[in-house]
Design a protein around this ligand. Structure first.
Ligand code: ADP
Length: 497
């Protein structure tokens, strides 16, 4: 059959062609296996709407096998390794990811649609996360605690939380999986990973590299499939000790409710409608470039996208003009084409969703300065869109669109903008541009957001916690906070008398 790789002029590496040249199997207990019922599904290139390859569709039975393999590794070889040995494997894995960076980046770009340089950045960040968390493996310590009881010795022993179910989205497929895998493995947990059905390929290739790095069989298992079947089976499984999830708030709520039935702890990194606030003393050129990047990078399919641009009245028109000019300069195309700066949306469903939001916004009174429509053709492209003078109460100002659609609004004062920025159900990220240091830190104090960016936007590092307030979720990826998520504390009491 014809696949997207047959498209003329597409420069695809031989190793990538070979990887997708046959249908991909599940990775369970260190082996590549078919789904129990032999089921598969197509993964699609969003730039052409054509199939890349078929991927195994895991059933509840496959999830059960994966959970049992993860349990066996936890109680077996992986669980017995001292932290330093775990760290060495994670360091080797970081090296292997770098050695295969071009291959992984092409797979990611093909499956997700993102421009290749963005995928290359993601993969380098994957390696850096494993390196950072490798450093924690031999620094996991308990405490000795003085108490009011005479002749007692009390100490704590942190231990891995156990078998982790990780469910991740399609926008940064391998990087989001890494945000869960790296700290979980550093803590000594084992995992069953469910990538998003839109982008299963990089995780499957990564699992092979993890085995090559020396990760014992069963430590990392990858089950590909859909949320309502594979994902749900993982959340319901009594053998899973914790669920970590990145995705939409709607699905996060379902996962939290399902996990409650087996009293499973859950960490949720969910959606956002993040305000990006520019005061009139800001460096306008830098702020405009950042404002455009904050919404058009990855076609706006970023949970912390700066999707609501709030600009102080005196420079509002200038900012809108500058951002519009940047939007109009973006080059849409397949992620693998060297001049592409704006890829497609990940799926037809996502394209319909974005189109629907923009139509609603226009009918509710917003004005499109540029964009506002999908591109005719086979791929899932939506024109970069800037909406101006958007009232606070309309749908596009309150809900997450997850597309290249920027809502812009003028504001007058600090107190007003802080209050309006916080008057949303989300609390993931916020950006502030001003040359006044006091004003910047006052805003950092006032804003309800898990990450506040001052004179920058969407900066990330493996050492820094990231996650949401309010309906944007709970728990943190990144840094020591992420490690703690995968540990639980045992208190040991000793009678010295
Ligand atoms: P989006 O809406 O942006 O596609 P989702 O939140 O739906 O993102 O998906 C994120 C991840 O959650 C995907 O891996 C998806 O398969 C999974 N998922 C979706 N629904 C469920 C569910 N009911 N239970 C478990 N996982 C789910």
């Amino acid at each position: 059959m014809t696949t997207t790789l047959d498209a003329p002029g597409l420069d695809v590496r031989e190793d990538v062609r070979s990887f997708v040249g046959s249908s991909r199997q599940l990775f369970i207990g260190g082996s590549l296996v078919d789904a129990a019922d032999g089921g598969t599904f197509a993964t699609i290139d969003p730039a052409t709407g054509m199939e890349i390859t078929q991927v195994a569709e895991a059933t509840a039975e496959d999830v059960d096998r994966a959970v049992k393999a993860a349990r066996a590794a936890l109680e077996g070889e992986w669980g017995a390794l001292p932290g330093t040995a775990r760290g060495k494997i994670l360091l080797r894995l970081a090296e292997l990811v770098e050695e295969h960076a071009d291959e992984l980046a092409q797979l990611e770009s093909l499956d997700n649609g993102k421009p290749l340089p963005f995928a290359q950045y993601d993969i380098s960040s994957v390696a850096e996360h494993f390196r950072y968390f490798a450093g924690w493996t031999n620094k996991i310590e308990g405490a000795t605690i003085p108490t009011s009881i005479p002749n007692s010795l009390v100490y704590t022993r942190p231990r891995p939380v156990g078998v982790v179910g990780a469910i991740v989205p399609w926008n940064f497929p391998l990087l989001m999986a890494t945000w869960k895998m790296a700290p979980a493995l550093a803590a000594g947990c084992t995992l069953v990973l469910k990538p998003a059905e839109q982008t299963p390929l990089s995780a499957l290739r990564f699992a092979e590299l993890a085995a090559e790095a020396g990760l014992p069989d069963g430590t990392l298992n990858v089950v590909t499939g859909f949320g309502e079947v594979t994902g749900q089976a993982l959340v319901e499984h009594p053998g899973v000790d914790k669920i970590v999830f990145t995705g939409s708030t709607a699905v996060g709520r379902i996962i939290g409710a399902t996990a409650a039935k087996t009293v499973k702890p859950v960490s949720l990194e969910l959606g956002g409608k993040s305000p990006h606030i520019i005061f009139d003393d800001a460096d306008v050129e830098a702020a405009a470039a950042a404002a455009a990047n904050a919404i058009f990078y990855e076609s706006g399919q970023v949970c912390s996208a700066g999707s609501r641009l709030m600009v102080q009245q005196g420079i509002y028109d200038e900012l809108v003009e500058r951002v519009t000019a940047i939007a109009e300069s973006l080059k849409m195309g397949t992620g693998l084409a060297p001049d592409t700066t704006l890829g497609p949306l990940v799926s037809e469903e996502q394209l319909d969703r974005v189109r629907g939001y923009v139509e609603t916004g226009l009918s509710e009174g917003a004005t499109a300065v540029t964009g506002g429509e999908a591109v005719d053709g086979d791929g899932y492209f939506f024109r970069p869109t800037v909406l101006r003078d958007v009232p606070d109460h309309v749908t596009v100002c309150r809900e997450e669109i997850f597309g290249p659609v920027l809502v812009t609004q003028p504001f007058e004062s600090l107190e007003e903008v802080a209050q309006r920025a916080n008057a949303t159900e989300y609390g993931l990220a916020a950006g502030v541009w001003t040359r006044d240091l006091g004003r910047a830190h006052r805003m950092a104090e006032l804003l309800d957001a898990g990450s506040v960016f001052l004179n920058c936007y969407n900066a990330f590092d493996p050492a820094v916690p990231f996650g949401g307030f309010k309906q944007s979720g709970y728990g943190r990826d990144g840094g020591r906070d992420a490690l703690e998520k995968f540990l639980e504390t045992k208190a040991v009491w000793t009678n010295l008398a």
